[in-house]
Ligand binder design. Sequence first.
Ligand code: CUA
Length: 337
Amino acid sequence: MRRGSLLQLVAIGILIGGAVSAVALLIPWLPPSAGKERDRIDFVFWFTTGICIAIFAVVAAVTVYSVLKFRARPDDDSDGPPIHGHTGLEVVWTAVPAVLVTAIAIVSAVVLSRNDSFPKDHLTVDVTAQQFTWSFKYPGQGNVTSTLLRLPLHKSVKLNLHSLDVIHSFYVPEFGQKQDAVPGITTHLKITPTKLGSFPVICTELCGLGHALMRSQAIVMQPAAFEQWAKESKKGISGPGAGKAVFDNNGCGGCHLFTPAGSKGTVGPDLDKLPADAKQAGKPLEAFTRESIVKPEAYIQPGYPPNVMPKTFGTLPKSQLDALVQFLIQSGKKGAK
Ligand code: CUA
């Protein structure tokens, strides 16, 4: 090959490599990382993408060069020269990919094992998915529950994922991993947040009509603020005012109007009218209230569609459930007077 031709070939390769690199680097394909595991995944991603871009540039440069240089002229009807392979070339294009694929496998295996190993002092969060909500329980913090995933900064967290109905999938793009929540088994995911802030929790498994709305927030807090929140929530769900704390933590007010809690939701039945509704259903107030929380499909208030109230609340610890029921009926009795 003459020197001029080689320079042309290299120039085409650099041009193509540069264009493809620009597409890879200049477009923000994902939001910025906010987790240690995501950083490792990004490393594997860019390691592999870099290799792909280099190979693509070489192959595309040779193709473009050949099309330009060796295409048949309009008046050329002759056969091409007979060529019988090239052992050297074949060894190169077998050996180089073998080395690259092995390198990718090793890097991926190291990242996978690191992202799956939990340090001894990790925080545990039980995640319950169901059509169409997420709820989070903290067994190490006195079974405090929340509809928001609160996490302390720089602490490794082990999520234990459960589903009460169909398959859902937990995904926070900033944390870089997805994990399915499957009925009947417990799956796990490790997160180590590296940035303060609020990030979307998204369901990424088509799970029914409300799939697109099955969202929550992951809130990364300073460790001291997290401890404070956990302590106050724990106090809230055990002392006086426990019922209101459970009501607030579980987002009841998002759907229900209830004057004692100061909530104005209109999606579900008006809870100020609980005593009247119990009478209409022909059940005692307390039993009716408990059943409506634990088994919402047992009785559907006329005028409201079924399958809207989450069935998650049956998993509330008994003490919290009792407090919530008492809060709802005590205030209801007062409201009826
Ligand atoms: Cu749950 Cu989609």
